[in-house]
Design a protein around this ligand. Structure first.
Ligand SMILES: CC(C)(COP(=O)(O)OP(=O)(O)OC[C@H]1O[C@@H](n2cnc3c(N)ncnc32)[C@H](O)[C@@H]1OP(=O)(O)O)[C@@H](O)C(=O)NCCC(=O)NCCS
Length: 402
């Protein structure tokens, strides 16, 4: 790494920086309408070899729902190192510096590979569930939508109808990233040459008795016939439902589309209740994977900005190899307000910043880490108390890879 230079990116670096990332991920950069408009050069770092950029990382300014709050979170993206410069410490330098510099109390990312980010104190904090539903076997229940309850929405003008639902979801579930108007535009972009044989995106909405939209689904179809008949594919991209009725009827509609054989969906929460709606849950073909990774960059601020499912009054002894200010004992108390302050009092629990990231969204249990010795209980009962407090009734979900 000593042969190279790390520097903040400039506004003019975007195309080269994107080229490095695209090369590392093996996709063709192509036309990119939104990337340059969303680029925050002051939040990007590059490593150069002479005049050439050989490594990059970026952060996007977005908010994230966490237990009981919506908070700023550095959304880390665009991590890539040229294949010619791999395994010389470039990424390590970029990620370490980025984590020390981000102003937010937490950083989040989706990892291309599980083995990369744990060494920097990131931990998978949300499990994602994906479905590959066999529609011939699944046997959905017989909810019947009344006329007008489910309809299609034209893409034009859709953002102002859908955006409030995402905000409402953020109030209900941790792990959901906020979207600016520009981000919504990018999210709903639908280039014909990138559809891969699928239809244009369809926006399905559910309306309550008063005509108010309280759920939506974004999906595409793909025609597919086999020797034995139709087996069309339904590709569900996103489903947000604010009421049980919206949830039931949107799913019922999608599970019963004519000619369809399979439905794929990659962004369900681990506690997704879809199995309650169908008669053969095994036909959902569920698969669990890591989704959002969290890194706590400022312990007291991060612990004060979320809420807790149970009262807690504990001293946590925390270690952080990368950010010295996070190492030490902190007194966490909840009540009218949450307080997390440095203290000299003896510790009730010893834990590293990595485990704090894992439990931060309430989707993993602190007690899980006691089994492997990654959290140690100093005061009997402290682990039970902390596990209950850091948990949350709804599992986190991340709706998009950013
Ligand atoms: C992943 C990538 C950014 C790593 O960059 P790099 O500069 O080669 O990484 P470094 O040399 O700084 O490696 C630091 C450590 O991470 C390890 N590491 C690097 N890539 C890894 C991977 N894909 N899986 C597991 N460990 C990895 C290294 O072995 C090294 O470990 P060590 O400290 O024990 O020696 C680079 O290989 C790349 O661009 N890959 C393709 C694109 C990609 O996956 N980007 C991440 C998007 S989330």
């Amino acid at each position: 790494m000593s042969d190279f230079t790390v520097r903040a990116a400039g506004a003019g670096d975007y195309a080269e920086l994107r080229g490095v990332f695209a090369g590392a991920m093996m996709f063709e950069p192509g036309a990119d309408e939104f990337g340059p408009r969303m680029f925050e050069p002051e939040r990007a770092l590059v490593v150069t070899d002479g005049a050439e950029i050989v490594g990059t990382t970026r952060a996007l300014t977005r908010d994230l729902s966490v237990p009981g709050a919506v908070v700023p979170a550095a959304h880390v993206t665009g991590v890539g190192v040229k294949a010619t410069h791999r395994r010389r410490g470039i990424m390590a330098e970029l990620i370490s510096r980025q984590l020390r510099e981000v102003p937010e109390a937490i950083a989040v990312l989706w990892a291309s590979e599980s083995g990369i980010y744990g060494r920097f104190g990131y931990a998978a904090a949300a499990w994602g569930l994906s479905y590959e539903i066999d529609l011939h076997r699944v046997g959905p229940s017989s909810v019947k939508a009344r006329p007008g309850e489910i309809s299609e929405l034209p893409a034009e003008g859709a953002i102002k109808e859908l955006a409030p639902l995402l905000l409402a979801l953020q109030e209900r579930r941790p792990g959901v990233s906020g979207r600016s108007d520009l981000k919504w535009q990018q999210h709903l972009e639908d280039k014909p040459d990138e559809r891969g044989g699928k239809t244009a995106r369809q926006i399905l909405v559910h309306r309550d008795e008063t005509g108010t939209i309280d759920g939506y689904a974004l999906w595409r179809g793909k025609m597919h016939w086999t020797a034995t008949g139709p087996a069309n594919e339904v590709h569900l991209e996103e489903l947000v439902a604010l009421t049980p009725r919206a949830y039931q009827t949107l799913w019922q509609h999608l599970l019963t589309l004519d000619l369809a054989g399979t439905l794929e969906f990659g962004f369900a929460a681990i506690d997704e209740p879809l199995q309650q709606l169908v008669t053969t849950p095994t036909a959902l073909n569920r698969r669990v994977s890591e989704s959002l990774w969290v890194r706590v960059t400022d312990v007291p601020r991060a612990l004060e900005q979320r809420r807790y499912a149970a009262a807690v009054d504990l001293v946590l002894d925390i270690t952080d190899d990368l950010i010295p200010a996070n190492t030490g004992r902190f007194h966490l108390t909840t009540g009218e307000t949450v307080s997390c302050k440095p203290t000299e009092s003896p510790a009730d629990l010893t834990v590293s910043v990595t485990e704090l990231g894992a439990i931060y969204l309430g989707g993993r249990q602190l007690a899980e880490f006691a089994t492997t010795g990654r959290v140690t209980e100093q005061t009997p009962g402290a682990l039970t108390q902390a596990t209950a407090a850091f948990g949350w009734p709804t599992a986190p979900v991340s709706l998009e890879i950013f």
